[in-house]
Design a protein around this ligand. Structure first.
Ligand code: HDE
Length: 727
């Protein structure tokens, strides 16, 4: 498979990381089976016994080796972000950024920097569903010519907490409850909302988490964010603040919550499969890297603190400059060796970049190495092929479990004379990393800056920036999650927090929970001000300088293509081949993937006796796994389908989930058997198609054009307005 991709490779340079992995790859094609010691095996079916019915002999080194290795196959899963999928790719910068940073990979427009990117959910374990309502991890390892730079971000630009000290509490609260290990990969339970309702600083993140961003259509259709403010350093040693963004070229899109829950049953690997299949088919996912740059002098210019990870810098205040493009163009060869063993670390940076004092970032700097030590079993995890840089490693670190490198020479210390003084330190001008010399004059205190005390203004900004359907989804999500909470006092406390964000939001959620909006309890927060008077502490209520921000609503995202979208064609014997093939050709040439679905597998015979291959049956396929549905005509086919409960259900679900639906003149008969028959538009003009997402046309060319436009719009959320969509 990898070979096939080589020809479709979107880029033109050999990927240095793939070359670097090559010597470690094993290919058994045409080879003899051997033991781990290289001895050829002549019987892998029977262990060595004392007689064919006797006891197994301890001397059977083949059996011993095989079972022992098997017994040790598992390693601990990541404590968070256990469930993930990854791919290889490249990054290329558009133009030199030398004014801001000296990082080579952000200046050399000729170099394609290899990357390995792992997407993940946070709360669930390794085998959990991809469609959990959750934050998605978006971790990128750049194998630069100056060493590895890891941008370990999420698909949401803020975080729940301001201080790393609270991270274990947050994770304990969201993970399955400790007595019965329930629920898996879900935040809809008491301990999570108990914690959140006592942590007003999480208000902004909760708005993101309850929004549709938490149920992406695809990893390929998510934004990514570095979250923290980092520093760029140029070759004069000047610093500026920087926030990183990944902007997907396919736009930002989500599924409906009801759909997400169904996908979790029908195909819990939905995102993993989607990423894999897109790359295998040559539809390489792409993102532009964006930066928001703030000069050092402007550090205090905003009504929030740049060091506070619960805040964004609204794009209206500092625009995102798109500085380069990342293309994922190769699937891993081996999930465990690459995806599972990849070790990201927010502390892996290269010259030209540096940290800030964001207290969340500072804590992360400790955590990532520490966690790999237990997960990967020792200090040499940087030598695992996927983790090692594409540049050589020379230092005086030695030994430890599983050491691979064979260091020559007698000296493993510095200074030394026996080794000629090598390896030598590099001056900054020679590419040596020199930390930014930030001036600090402060007392050592356990305290939080007052500039971190506004928790609600940006939560409000987010809510106010959503379109009506997005607001409704957010209200439904909160009503669902809090509805699953059994402790009424926790629900009530959350309503109090919501009322500090938006009274209308709190009222709607309270209504769904059968509660009232009461005066909020004094929000408890463990961030103790410098003077230590806890009782004096109250989150401040600040109005944002902005009423709304366009970039926060998915309504304003890119909706211009059908590339890699999955379209279901519902057919039965007697289908009109012309209608199937005509519309299929148009969709496929637009980049979509078409699956023919019929009552049974293999093939159907069309009305002109031509065979049409069937990809899935109604048993193996489901509406929730597709982006749009087409019903071609053919008298017998439509007669079968309108009487086929699974076909009608397929369409009903597609309608419920606001997807584009199309039929030719005869296919319309099947739409008329659905519950939405009486909601079909009275005309199928271009305008109606674009607002209602239903296309019916006898002219296959026109039909295809309209269908393509409708699919590109993704969803017709307005359909939900009457709120009369049945289950
Ligand atoms: Fe992580 N995080 N995190 N995190 N995180 C881990 O490292 C941690 C935070 C993120 O695909 C762990 O290798 C602390 C923010 C991603 O392998 C661990 C704090 C953001 C991944 C850890 C945070 C992230 C991790 C678990 C609060 C977005 C998956 C396994 C101070 C900017 C990387 C591992 C992959 C993984 C610690 C908060 C992103 C335990 C202590 C904020 C994408 O080290």
């Amino acid at each position: 498979m990898a070979k096939q991709q080589e020809t479709k490779h979107a880029t033109n340079q050999p990927n240095k990381k793939i070359e670097n992995l090559e010597p470690d790859k094993e290919d058994s094609t045409g080879a003899f089976m051997t033991t781990d010691q290289g001895v050829k095996i002549n019987d892998d079916q029977n262990s060595l016994r004392a007689g064919d019915r006797g006891a197994t002999l301890l001397e059977d080194f083949i059996l011993r080796e095989k079972i022992t290795h098997f017994d040790h196959e598992r390693i601990p899963e990541r404590v968070v972000h256990a469930r993930g999928s990854a791919a290889h790719g490249v990054f290329k910068v558009y133009k030199p950024l030398n004014k801001f940073t000296k990082a080579h990979f952000l200046n050399d427009t000729a170099t394609e920097t290899p990357v390995f990117v792992r997407f993940s959910t946070v709360a669930g374990s390794r085998g959990s569903t991809d469609l959990a309502r959750d934050v998605r991890g978006f971790a990128v390892k750049f194998y630069t010519q100056e060493g590895n730079f890891d941008l370990v971000g999420n698909n949401m630009p803020v975080f729940f907490i301001q201080d790393a000290l609270k991270f274990p509490d947050l994770v304990h609260a969201v993970k399955p409850e400790p007595d019965n290990e329930i629920p898996q990969a879900a935040s809809a339970h008491d301990t999570f909302w108990d914690f959140i309702s006592l942590m007003p600083e999480s208000a902004h993140m909760i708005m993101w988490l309850m929004s549709d961003r938490a149920i992406p259509r695809s990893y390929r259709m998510m934004e990514g964010f570095g979250v923290h403010t980092f520093r760029f350093i140029n070759d004069k040693g000047e610093a500026s603040f920087v926030k990183f963004h990944w902007k997907p070229l396919l736009g930002v899109h989500s599924v409906a919550w009801d759909e997400a829950q169904n996908i979790s049953g029908k195909d819990p690997d939905f995102h993993r499969r989607d990423l894999w299949e897109a790359i295998e088919s040559g539809a390489f996912p792409e993102w532009e890297l964006g930066v928001q740059i703030v000069p050092e002098a402007d550090e205090f210019k905003f009504d929030f603190d740049l060091l506070d990870a619960t805040k964004i810098i609204p794009e209206e205040l500092v625009p995102v400059q798109r500085i380069g493009k990342m293309t994922l163009n190769r699937n891993p060869d081996n999930f465990f060796a690459e995806t599972e063993q990849s070790a990201f670390h927010v502390g892996n940076i290269v010259p030209g970049l540096d940290f800030t004092n964001d207290p969340l970032l500072q804590g992360r700097l400790f955590s990532y190495t520490d966690t790999q030590l237990i997960r990967l079993g020792g200090p040499n995890f940087h030598e695992i092929p996927i983790n090692r840089p594409v540049v050589p490693i020379h230092n005086n670190q030695r030994d430890g479990f599983m050491r691979q490198q064979i260091n020559k020479g007698k000296s493993s210390y510095n200074p030394n004379s026996l080794g000629g003084g090598d390896p030598v330190q590099a001056k900054a001008a020679e590419g040596g990393f020199a930390s930014y010399q930030e001036r600090i004059d402060a007392k050592k205190v356990r305290a939080r800056s007052k500039s971190f005390f506004d928790h609600f203004s940006q939560a409000r900004l987010f809510f106010n920036s959503q379109s009506d359907p997005e607001k409704n989804h957010l209200i439904d999500a909160l009503s669902f999650e809090l509805g699953k909470v059994k402790t009424v006092a926790v629900r009530q406390r959350m309503i109090g927090i919501l009322s500090l964000i938006d009274r209308g939001l709190a009222t709607e959620v309270a209504y769904a929970l059968g509660l009232k909006v009461l005066k909020p309890e004094q929000p408890i927060n463990h961030s103790i001000p410098a003077d230590g008077k806890v009782a004096d502490y109250q989150p401040t209520q600040v109005e944002s300088s902005l009423a709304s921000s366009e970039a926060l609503s998915m309504k304003n995202t890119i909706k211009d293509s059908i590339i890699s979208r999955k379209i279901a064609f519902l057919v039965a014997d007697g289908v009109d081949e012309r209608s199937v093939n005509g519309v299929k050709d148009a969709l496929v040439s637009g980049g979509a993937v078409v699956h023919v679905i019929a009552p049974r597998l293999n093939a159907v015979i069309g009305m002109n006796n031509k065979e049409i291959a069937v990809d899935e049956s109604f048993l193996t396929a489901a509406s929730v796994l597709y982006d749009a549905v087409y019903v071609p005509g053919g008298k017998n086919s439509v007669a079968t389908l309108e009487a086929e409960a699974n076909a009608v259900h397929f369409l009903n679900e597609a309608f419920k989930h606001c997807k584009a639906i199309a039929a030719d003149e005869q296919g319309l008969q099947v739409l008329e058997a659905t519950y939405f028959a009486n909601k079909l538009p009275s005309d199928f003009s271009d305008e109606t198609v674009l607002t209602e997402g239903i296309v019916v046309n006898g002219d296959l060319k026109k039909l295809s054009e309209q269908f393509i436009q409708a699919i590109a719009l993704h969803r017709f959320w307005e359909r939900e307005k009457p709120r009369q969509v049945p289950a």
